[in-house]
Design a protein around this ligand. Structure first.
Ligand code: NAD
Length: 356
């Protein structure tokens, strides 16, 4: 197959980790006889520096013309003082909405080799951690109106949280479909005791529930979910939730699996073209030092092969190569443990590519 991939290297550790994923993709292409071509796309802080805009239209167009997008990470302290619309993260939000990517899947899976790195007690970890957070990505409070006004001599800020039924239905359906492909358990996480948007979520989910009688469906308030994820994560199979709750819970879920550097994600809309990125940020504290863990990005590339290109065997091959690299004792600094061998970002990429 020939596939054209838009590469957003981004800021901070972004260029280092994307380079490792490309190395692995090239090794896959050679092994399986595919051709992957790449299109460089500027987004985030680097695009602000070069173009004065975190995502110029021309860059979005390149993504729309690609078969899929692979992203490192964007942002950093250099651009933090800029007004909202000009900040690097705005580029990411515009990319997600410009590509119509409403569904974000983030697996929270404990690699047995990294069990010791989980901050949870062994008695909790040994029950297993393997669940998927399905997060709505292009609506909710991140996309509502944000404003700060002067009122009675002080500043007052409001952020609007908005959901339409069709937005809930399309992500709710992905929650049910994902559960059908897994252990058939779905938990809808919300704040229905306070928020109207959550009550609307529940009513739409109840309609969908009738179409998926095989799925064991339940509902949980987000504050309880935050507790349950650390108390007994083995109870979850698939969590479906709105944008902001999903953002927060999926970071919590990644932490209990050992390292934020290990977790990939996929963002998809109605077609097969998606955007794939590790869930972490640009880690400015370790940028340019060859210390970053590239596995989240490498596994994001594997998700791209599986979900956008239908290359299941190739994706499995990458996951197996990561397993072998971890089995060999190689560890980047974020997941280093006694008796293991410390390596840099590049050496980890080399190892995974060689073990394919
Ligand atoms: P972060 O995820 O960048 O870093 C949090 C901590 O995890 C840091 O100590 C970092 O060194 C470590 N870390 C992250 N990824 C790692 C990796 N692959 N290997 C080893 N260690 C890793 O979060 P932050 O510090 O809150 O944010 C930094 C910048 O990234 C901010 O500008 C933020 O807005 C941006 N950000 C971007 C994205 C994205 O591009 N999708 C997501 C989150 C944050």
């Amino acid at each position: 197959m020939n596939k054209h991939i838009a590469l957003i290297r981004g800021d901070g550790i972004g260029p280092e980790i994307v380079a490792q994923a490309v190395k692995v993709l090239d090794a896959v292409a050679e092994k399986y006889g595919h051709t992957f071509t790449y299109e460089e796309v500027d987004m985030g802080g680097c695009a602000i520096d070069k173009w004065g805009d975190p995502l110029p239209q021309e860059m979005l167009d390149k993504c729309l013309a690609s078969d899929s997008v692979l992203l490192g990470a964007v942002g950093g302290p250099k651009w933090e003082g800029l007004p909202g619309p000009q900040r690097p993260e705005k580029g990411l939000l515009r990319l997600r909405s410009g590509m119509g990517l409403y569904s974000n899947l983030r697996p929270a899976k404990l690699w047995p080799q990294l069990a010791a790195a989980s901050p949870l007690k062994p008695s909790i970890v040994e029950k297993g951690i393997d669940f998927m957070v399905v997060r709505e990505l292009i609506s909710g409070v991140y996309f509502g109106e944000h404003k700060t006004v002067e009122q009675d001599g002080e500043k007052v800020a409001t952020d609007e949280m908005y959901y339409a039924e069709h937005e809930i239905e399309r992500i709710g359906r992905i929650g049910f479909e994902t559960a059908m492909k897994r252990r058939k358990k779905l938990t809808c996480v919300d704040k229905a005791n306070v928020l109207d948007t959550s009550r609307l979520w529940r009513s739409v989910m109840h309609r969908l529930q009738a179409e998926y009688p095989e799925v064991e469906y339940s509902e949980m308030f987000v504050d309880n979910a935050a507790m349950q994820i650390v108390k007994d994560p083995s109870q979850f199979d698939v969590i479906v939730t709105e944008n902001m709750f999903g953002d927060i819970l999926s970071d919590e879920a990644s932490m209990i699996t050992g390292s934020i550097g290990m977790i990939p994600s996929s963002s998809l809309g109605d077609g097969t073209r998606g955007m794939y990125e590790p869930i972490h940020g640009s880690a400015p504290d370790i940028a340019g030092q060859d210390k970053a863990n590239p596995i989240g990005t490498i596994l994001s590339a594997a998700m791209m092969l599986k979900y956008s290109f239908g290359m299941d065997a190739e994706a499995q091959n990458i996951e197996d190569a990561v397993t072998k690299a971890l089995d060999s004792g190689l560890r980047t600094a974020d997941m280093m443990a006694e008796g293991c061998t410390l390596c840099g970002c590049e050496a980890m990429g080399d190892a995974v590519a060689a073990l394919l």
